[in-house]
Write a protein that binds this ligand. Structure first.
Ligand code: ATP
Length: 312
């Protein structure tokens, strides 16, 4: 990954991907969103976003997944920068370079991470002196998954997932992420979740994070965490992509402590005992031909932070 900013005067921010250790989806709210109870963990797959003053707005994608992100105003990084510019009456356009190493449309909140990174970068570039609360408020306006990558670590999310509370946790966890060929759109997965629940006449309670998961995080025991992983969107993701179930089952059979669809998928996250176990699992999964790409990462890691400024 390139760390150096591309343009003179650029500010570069590094930001992590997330995995939902638990995702409980409650009833659909009157505003169309579902109420969620979730626990996020930031993991060591990172994007880097560099912003610099420019004549006009532009997005310059680089890195592993550069061909998969929009370069127009739909890019969440552009939306984030424009929101800050509007709020603080900054009349400047930016060149936004995104070094993309977080899988795109994989349920790892890569677009949201870029938006969070851009908020931090714009604050620094324009010298606005925003505090954590200002940034979190802007993040919540941009999307439910945007506040968490600002914070990083482990956190519990409620509301639409955007209201964060700290979680007591210990230890480092080792992950293998199995990436499928085709992305899943988040709205499509929620719609399928609603359809399956309606078909099966399921009464949907208000969502709560399980005491088992919180205890597993407090103890730092990967086996306990592996057993406590849970995602209410998994049946919907399996219904839309039946091969994902095969992939999850294969990973568990190959020795993962737990396997779970990450967020709305289609990435499947496997928790392992150690770095070595993650290497072994990657080898077995690569031979199985059930996924396109495999990435190893550890968590938790820090949230969005500045890694280069014009003074560097
Ligand atoms: P989430 O877990 O938050 O639902 P995701 O990880 O499944 O999201 P993203 O990688 O955020 O998915 O991409 C979802 C879509 O968002 C992409 O298909 C892309 O068109 C759009 N998008 C907009 N901005 C970005 C960005 N900076 N990086 C990646 N995708 C972006």
């Amino acid at each position: 990954m390139t760390v150096a900013p591309t343009l003179p005067g650029a500010v570069t921010v590094r930001v992590p991907a997330k995995v939902n250790l638990e995702l409980r989806v409650g009833p659909r709210r009157p505003d169309g969103y579902h109420s969620l109870a979730t626990v996020y963990q930031a993991v060591s797959l990172h994007d880097e976003v560099s912003v610099a003053r420019w004549d006009d707005w532009q997005v310059v994608p680089t890195g592993t997944y550069k061909s998969l992100i929009p370069t127009d105003g739909d890019n969440l990084a552009v939306r984030a920068a424009r929101l800050v510019a509007e709020r603080w009456s900054v009349d400047e356009a930016l060149s936004i370079r995104i070094d993309k190493d977080i899988p795109v449309a994989g349920g790892m909140a890569g677009g949201s991470a870029d938006a969070a990174a851009t908020l931090v970068a714009c604050d620094q570039l324009w010298g606005l002196g925003l505090d954590r609360d200002d940034l979190a408020e802007l993040a919540g306006m941009l999307g439910s998954d945007v506040p968490f990558p600002l914070a990083g670590g482990n956190a519990m999310g409620s509301g639409r997932g955007e209201q964060l509370a700290p979680v007591l946790a210990r230890g480092t966890f080792h992950w293998v992420f199995a990436i499928s060929d085709t992305g899943l759109s988040t709205p499509e997965v929620y719609a399928e979740c609603d359809r399956l629940r309606e078909r099966d006449g399921v009464e949907v309670p208000e969502p709560h994070v399980s005491p088992e998961l919180m205890a597993a995080l407090r103890s730092g025991d990967p086996a306990a965490l592996g057993a406590a992983l849970h995602n209410d969107l998994e049946p919907a993701a399996f219904s839309l992509r039946p091969r994902l179930r095969e992939l999850r089952d294969a990973g568990v059979e190959f020795g993962a402590l737990g396997g779970i669809v990450s967020g709305s998928g289609p990435t499947v996250a496997f928790l392992t005992e150690s770095h070595e176990a993650a290497l072994d699992l990657s080898v077995s999964l690569a031979a199985s031909d059930l996924c396109r790409d495999l990435r190893r990462a550890k968590g938790p890691v820090h949230g969005a932070h500045v890694v280069a400024t014009p003074r560097d």
